[in-house]
Design a protein around this ligand. Structure first.
Ligand code: EPZ
Length: 420
């Protein structure tokens, strides 16, 4: 197994280009199931989760031409609608094939994704919504068995909780349904917006894009003529590199980003004392004279993203005072706390509230990654810790960060990928 070895306290400089958003590429790969023509997707991040979902489509019989940052998917050759446990268990986002498979073929069996390190992460809201659209859903030996022999019908879907992939699943199911579907309490993440825009460009009438109420006029089973699509920049990777600049108190520039997707993150960096210069699709972060403590409550977009919570906890370790981070979306998203304590961090946990007492001078340590974003927080801590840090189980990082060690090394960090 690989691990990352980081020699800390190196100042960073220069610029880094941000890759395409994993969490937009994944629903768009699932979306290809609705396409009548081969679907071309560019600006793909070369990360494990993308390869996993393409493998799932391959198992279903789809064919594709893939070269790291681009894929053309032909789903006309799909000959199975059973998404097997061995793939789904490695990546929950596989559940995104449920809506499109059911909409196109009237039947599918998708393994229940199971929980993951950050929480139970049920899909009850996805299933309830599909039932409202006329699907017969049952659970059999760990699989969701879904049938809609006469096709799905439009309906009013009210999500009790905002769910990103739940919204995406229903958007894709509704696209081929008979009649109109209204999603109330829809997710508004930029990745959901991109999917809506692609549906619209594929001939599906969609109203309320970017709002919490979306109306979709289904094609009653007619497959979609899909355009070439460029994946939007990854706002979480962008935020992670801004934190790398902040935590090493360096001036760096991130390129090929959509600044407006980062409003909540940029505001918190400013509140902590960092300067920001925004020019088009570039953001430069400037060192803080003094790093101020911060109060963060994670919430759905456009609020502060839960996927940036761990990274800001690492940054808050250096703040001159006490910071508070409340995790409202997932019940177990503080796995990085125990690992950060190995650097010498002073963090108290009470339920979903973390209290971070700074400033702390971090000392390098051996630490273990537990989930994708927690692992990036450990790398950030390693960048500012005295001495050497080894981050183990970095397969978690490889799921969502393209060429992390190359990008950090190009910025001046001392990071090496070694074998255990
Ligand atoms: C998406 O996960 C992202 N993944 C996650 O990013 C992100 O953390 C999350 O949204 C929140 O922003 C992808 O887009 C592939 P949810 P998702 O459904 O859709 C509860 C990363 O780091 N819920 O919005 O699975 C759920 O338990 C990953 O890239 C139900 O109760 O998240 C959670 O508490 C990690 N029932 C809350 O809703 C359901 O049926 C939000 O979950 C669905 C969700």
């Amino acid at each position: 197994m690989d691990y990352l070895q980081i020699k800390g306290m190196k100042p960073l400089q220069g610029s880094v280009t941000i890759s395409g958003a994993k969490n937009s590429a994944l629903p768009l790969i699932a979306f290809s199931i609705l396409s009548k023509n081969p679907f071309l997707l560019t600006n793909l991040p070369e990360v494990q989760d993308i390869k996993t979902l393409l493998k799932l489509l391959d198992n279903l019989g789809a064919s594709y031409e893939y070269n790291k940052n681009q894929v053309e998917i032909d789903t006309s050759t799909i000959n199975s609608t059973i998404a097997k446990y061995d793939i789904v268990r490695t990546m929950r986002a596989s559940v995104l094939v449920l809506g499109p498979l059911l909409a196109r073929f009237g039947h599918c069996e998708v393994s229940l994704p199971g929980g993951c390190a950050i929480g139970q992460r049920p899909i009850d809201l996805h299933l309830k919504a599909l039932k409202t659209m006329g699907a017969e859903i049952s659970i059999r030996s760990g699989y969701v068995v879904a049938n809609a022999p006469k096709g799905l019908k439009g309906g009013v879907i009210v999500f009790d909780k905002v769910t990103v992939t739940g919204t995406e699943n229903i958007l894709m199911a509704a696209a081929l349904a008979k009649g109109t579907t209204t999603i109330v309490n829809a997710a508004k993440e930029p990745e959901v917006v991109q999917l809506c825009e692609v549906l619209k460009k594929s001939g599906v009438e969609v109203e309320g894009i970017g709002s919490d109420e979306i109306k979709i006029y289904g094609t009653a089973g007619e497959l979609l003529k899909t355009p070439k699509v460029e994946v939007i920049p990854d706002r979480i990777e962008a935020g992670t590199y801004l934190c790398a600049g902040a935590i090493t108190n360096s001036k760096i520039t991130i390129r090929k980003v959509e600044p407006q997707h980062l409003d909540a993150v940029l505001l918190k960096l400013q509140q902590m004392g960092f300067g920001l210069e925004i020019e088009g699709d570039e953001i430069t972060i400037l060192p803080a004279k003094k790093i101020e403590p911060v109060e963060i409550v994670t919430s759905e977009y456009p609020g502060f993203p839960t996927d940036m919570q761990a990274q800001f906890m690492s940054l808050a370790l250096l703040a001159d005072g006490t910071s508070f981070i409340e995790e409202r979306l997932f019940e177990n998203r503080f796995m990085h706390v125990a690992e950060l304590k190995r650097f010498g961090a002073n963090i108290q946990l009470k339920g979903n509230l973390a209290t971070i007492i700074g400033p702390t001078k971090l000392c390098g340590a051996d630490v273990m990654a537990t989930d994708l974003r927690a692992s990036s927080a450990l790398v950030l801590a390693g960048l500012c810790a005295k001495g050497v840090t080894n981050v183990h189980r970095i397969y978690h990082l490889d799921r969502g960060y393209e060429k992390l060690e190359e990008k950090l090394t190009a910025l001046g960090a001392e990071v090496k990928r070694l074998k255990e």
